[in-house]
Design a binder for this molecule. Structure first.
Ligand code: CCH
Length: 284
């Protein structure tokens, strides 16, 4: 009726469960993508949305979903992430009340859990921002570089050595694409399951430079697997290597530390009103 304002929809935990379940359903439904799952690229979207954070200026981070806009969508590091954003568009249409920023991060949580990873507690609170909040290029790591670069880039987000190594275990998932980053191939033989295989392979395999015309990368003796220069920096640097050894031996330790550091990553720079984090049930 005239004069009576429309009641604002206030979503509850149940409403976010519906989104989690919808994303999980679509992961199963669209199983012809890449190695059989959009999971890895959804994880990468959530990480690149979050990993722009700068502790000093408190800019960047997952609050805003500014990768929807140029120039951020065109930053070299974000090549290929349109696939993930497009995959989520029908979910946004079905649940128009959710912000893109919350949707992208909840989808990253869903993908990690559905691919056998640890529980990643999550809470809502991100709101979408406009193009003026886009971050400058160069905030995400450059795979051609070494340990100093990793410490500088992840240090700017607020992470220490142990956290850098724990986060890097996400490379158990997914692959490099020549038409995106220029690199080629997966890190593990099970790129749609989160395991500690990334660390096991880093310490257990012999890695040689791949002879090809593409960017410098490593390959194992089967030539099926790859490592980036930044991945190898984790075994070349003594302090990093301690943590690689630990996670290679102990999958439980990896899962625990990975969950903690991913929660921290996904919450960088978000002005939450809600204290409580929710745990979403894996959809079988
Ligand atoms: Fe990563 N990553 N990543 N990465 N990444 C790539 C793919 C994935 C670096 C470079 C690359 C993290 C850290 C780093 C994922 C998650 C994480 C690719 C290939 C490059 C290059 C892109 C392509 O061609 O499609 C570098 C450098 C670093 C820093 O050291 C962290 C941290 C995470 C998450 C916590 C995932 C998942 C993928 C696979 C994406 C896919 O499409 O399969």
């Amino acid at each position: 009726a005239a004069g009576i304002p429309a009641k604002e929809f206030v979503p509850t935990q149940e409403d976010y469960v519906k989104i989690y379940n919808e994303v999980a359903k679509r992961l199963v439904e669209f199983d012809e993508y890449d190695d059989g799952s959009y999971g890895p690229v959804l994880v990468r979207l959530a990480w690149h949305a979050s990993g722009t954070y700068d502790v000093e200026t408190k800019t960047g981070g997952s609050n805003g979903a500014t990768m929807r806009f140029q120039p951020e969508s065109d930053h070299g590091a974000n090549a290929g992430l349109k696939a993930a954003r497009d995959f989520l568009e029908p979910v946004k249409e079905k649940f128009p009340w959710v912000s893109y920023s919350d949707l992208w991060i909840l989808s990253g949580v869903c993908a990690l859990q559905q691919m056998g990873g640890p529980v990643i507690p999550w809470r809502p609170g991100r709101s979408d921002r406009d193009i003026s909040a886009c971050t400058p290029d160069g905030r995400l790591p450059d795979a051609t570089k070494e340990h100093k670069h990793l410490r500088a880039i992840f240090g700017r987000m607020g992470f220490n050595d142990q956290e850098i190594v724990a986060l890097s275990g996400a490379h158990a998932l997914g692959r490099c694409h020549t038409d995106r980053s220029g690199f080629d191939g997966p890190w593990t033989f099970s790129p749609t399951m989160l395991t500690n295989d990334y660390y096991k392979l880093l310490v257990g395999e012999k890695w040689n430079w791949k002879k090809w015309n593409g960017p410098a990368q490593y390959e194992d003796k089967t030539k099926a697997l790859m490592m980036l220069p930044t991945d190898m920096a984790l075994v070349k640097d003594r302090e990093f290597k301690k943590w690689v050894d630990k996670y290679a031996k102990d999958q439980d330790a990896f899962f625990k530390d990975f969950s903690d550091v991913v929660v921290k990553l996904f919450e960088l720079g978000v002005p939450f009103k809600q204290e409580e984090k929710w745990v979403f049930k894996v959809v079988e």
